[in-house]
Design a protein around this ligand. Sequence first.
Ligand code: KG4
Ligand code: ZN
Length: 357
Amino acid sequence: MRVLGIETSCDETSAAVVEGDGDGAALRSLVILSQDIHRVFGGVVPEIASRAHLTAIAPVTRRALDDAGVESGDLDAIAVTHAPGLVGALLVGVSFAKGLAASLGIPLVGVHHMEGHLFATELEDAKAAPPLTALLVSGGHTMLLDVPAWGEYRLLGATRDDAAGEAFDKVAKLLGLPYPGGRHVEALARGGDPTTHRFARPMLHGGQKLGDDDFYDLSFSGLKTAVLHAVRDAEGRGVIEGARAGIARGFQDALVDTLVEKTMRAALAHGRTRIVLGGGVACNAALVTAMRERAAKRLGAAAAVYAPGPRLATDNAAMIARAGLFRLLRGERAGPDLNAYASLPIPGLVPQAASVR
Ligand code: KG4
Ligand code: ZN
């Protein structure tokens, strides 16, 4: 089955062609057009994003078909992100996909953006498939999932306030770095002394046990405030230039430590040895390295951590085509009433087993 994927949930206009019959599907092409204009504003401006998607969607899709060496008539189906995200931005992709699918007379399926992030790594490595523990860390969402099978998701924990990527972006702003700030904070932290600024690990203490509300949940707004105080303190003492790298390092260490520890708890409680990361923050080498080290120690020799490369970690249509392929093979089809939603639970949520609740 040859699927065209379309993604316009935020500030990337993307189209991709994926081909296959399930696990091990092949990526034929991927085009991602990032809207640089938002840098000027230090964040995504929804109205500008929608308009930019509108001018880019047709040429980006044309280019994805050309790169894959196929014509629109060679497509078997179209998968499009329909939630969650900026509604105006999502609607551009959804309307375009509906029109194209109707004109070609082929099926259409709506894909949940976070299910897309979950499937991204599998396009690069077929072993990144269930059963697994997934940590999805993007600019808008942070989710810890147990995945016994594709389409069956136990939502173990989520952030109670800022998403992990959002925390990186806000800390970047406090440190005078450009938007989006994740990779700039990581670069600055690389040269930072880990001992100058040690921040408390949010929602993490030894007394937590399975069944506690905060056992898996995450929170980053307190950490962000701690960084704000550290920056103000250093500014007040006139030493901010020398302190920036140490603060970035302290922030990243605290965030990474929390994410890794909660992921280990989830894997251990469910007997998983495979951990799959997704979302823009999965580009962070410190996170991936720490996850690999701790998984080897805590989960044993069979432990494996899979993280997507940068193009598939950040927003892209390949992951949407891949998740869409899964849903299409299950017979799912969207009608002409497919709509866009700012927020929507990931499909396929199953209750947590009583023994590990
Ligand atoms: O998944 P994504 O492309 O978009 C959303 O769905 O939100 O994630 C974007 C987020 C941004 O917050 C960005 O700062 C963060 O991913 N990010 C990083 C890194 N690269 C991107 N965060 C930490 N370290 C990085 N190297
Ligand atoms: Zn995303």
